[in-house]
Design a protein around this ligand. Sequence first.
Ligand SMILES: [Zn+2]
Length: 300
Amino acid sequence: MRRITMRAEVLEALSKLPHELSQALKPMMTAPGFDASLSPEEFQHLMAVSQLSDAELRIQLLSIAAAYSIASISNFYVGAIARGTSGRLYFGANMEFESTSMSQTVHAEQSAISHAWLKGEEGISDITVNYSPCGHCRQFMNELSTAQSLVVQLPERTPKALQEYLPESFGPTDLGITDLLLSDKTHDLQLDSEDALLTAACQAADKSHAPYSKNFAGVALRAKDGRIFSGMYAENAAFNPSLPPLQVAMIHMNMADYPLSEITEAALVEQKSAPVSLLADTQTTLETFSPDLQLAYAAI
Ligand SMILES: [Zn+2]
């Protein structure tokens, strides 16, 4: 369920779209179930009323995606729209976090892809971005189950395959990994706990992508109104572009139009036998929102 109010930046972006498009999109975006994604039918309807092509419409909609951006350090607002293999389109935006390290930043492509993953997609067919994907994102996308067929669309550019943006790429198969990002999998994780937040974090960990460290990890965040947002860990063959589960949970919250200042509690579940730990980074980043924020932790 979406909250009643939508942030001012999104409403402003909506009002600036061409009139027919704005009028057709507004009832979709203000409907109670809107979750910053569009069904294939809604997208087809928008194409028909706006008389735009598939790519032209996605490019127009980037301003809506970018309106979810939290970029108080760079003031550089990046929006991305990832289309899952089901045909549904998911908005995403970059997120920056003051008072912590730059490595905690979320890129718009990571946001849109994680958003699709959180909603159950098992692959991404194309991604539309308002700026050329940085090297970090090209590498992040090369981890996807659909990395060999993924198409990247930029404004005023012809669509190109990810592999054209990342020639002679290094990826999971170079490390002998065949289990790819977004491919459906579970790890049979179990947690004996009555705590709803820890249970949600464990369920997220069960769906995580951690073939390198085997640190199957998940985070769950509780908002002021009680709603829980979870996030799965997404490792990468090049290690550094890995996206921590806290970031995926924050993407979940941001795309549901919840301010991160409304995080009241958090939980992290990870593997006690893994050679890496996400505990220190998760704690440090959460403390920037509130020094008193309680992090429940289970190493299983
Ligand atoms: Zn990037």
